[in-house]
Design a protein around this ligand. Structure first.
Ligand SMILES: [Zn+2]
Length: 277
């Protein structure tokens, strides 16, 4: 059985920054590392070329009637800049107080490697996996997954499955492991605020006409509630799924802890000590 920690260290040493063409070798190294591991576990591995970074598509079939589980991950990582904020080189993993520090360790190399370790450990027992298993590990998550949609469309039939497992989220704290049910969506839009056609004297017109910058600030401020309204959240949630009420209750309890974690991270950053992953 391979040592999961050593394997993770090996994986992190491939500097797979997808946003920067200088890291082409690191991207290739990381891709080959994952493909090799999957191949060694009996997966048929297809490295699907895209115009940018390839997608690893690995399948391990069994009986047709078994459930089909798909595991998603990404082998690319965020850029490691600014380097001076790291206490040790980002692509040279360091273990301290039971935690492993290195770029990509928790986003997302550690997670999909953990799934791979689980498959390896299971197979070592001499028992066949109780499911058909597919891994889709892409290399463009940090640059907007530009080619993933096309890949999904092209392989629709083979990707049809009973469950998709994505371990690319955070957990509130080490004491609160979480199964993420869903994430909030994102909305992007352009707002154009038209103002006067010429400069207006502040002493003469000030206070009587809206300054476009001020109007825009007021509009933006109205979009967001600074305080979370848990009661309102529970009402909305209950309509969708009563089970989620307990999650909201839990969220209310752990929010101060999350805020404190963020504050202490900020303090550490300001002190020049990076806790960047
Ligand atoms: Zn990620």
């Amino acid at each position: 059985m391979f040592d999961p920690v050593e394997k993770l260290k090996e994986f992190i040493r491939h500097p797979s920054v997808s946003t920067d063409s200088k890291f082409r070798a690191g991207m290739k190294g990381a891709q080959e590392f994952v493909s090799g591991l999957l191949g060694s576990l009996g997966f048929s591995v297809d490295v699907v070329k895209t115009d940018l970074h390839p997608i690893i598509f690995a399948q391990r079939g069994g009986e047709k009637h078994w459930p089909h589980v798909l595991i998603y991950g990404h082998y690319d990582v965020q850029p490691a800049k600014p380097l001076e904020l790291w206490t040790s080189p980002p692509f040279e993993p360091r273990i301290e107080s039971g935690a492993l520090f290195g770029r990509g360790s928790s986003d997302n190399k550690g997670q999909h490697l953990a799934h791979l370790n689980a498959v390896e450990a299971f197979l070592k027992t001499g028992t066949e996996l109780p499911c058909n298993l597919t891994f889709v590990i892409e290399g463009e998550e940090e640059v907007g997954s530009e080619h993933l949609g096309e890949f999904l469309k092209n392989n629709r039939a083979e990707l049809k499955c009973d469950a998709v497992v994505i371990s690319d989220n955070g957990i509130p704290s080490l004491r609160h492991p979480a199964l993420t049910y869903g994430l909030r969506g994102i909305m992007a839009f352009e707002i154009i605020v038209h103002g006067p056609s010429r400069d207006l004297h502040s002493g003469i017109y000030g206070g009587t006409l809206d300054n476009p910058a001020m109007a825009l600030s007021q509009m933006l401020a109205k979009l967001y509630d600074a305080e979370v309204n848990y009661e309102k959240l529970k009402q909305t949630t209950a309509e969708n799924n009563p089970l989620l009420i307990s999650v909201v209750n839990e969220m209310e309890k752990i929010r101060p802890g999350i805020l404190e974690t963020i504050r202490s991270q900020r303090r550490n950053l300001q002190a020049g000590q990076s806790r960047l992953k």
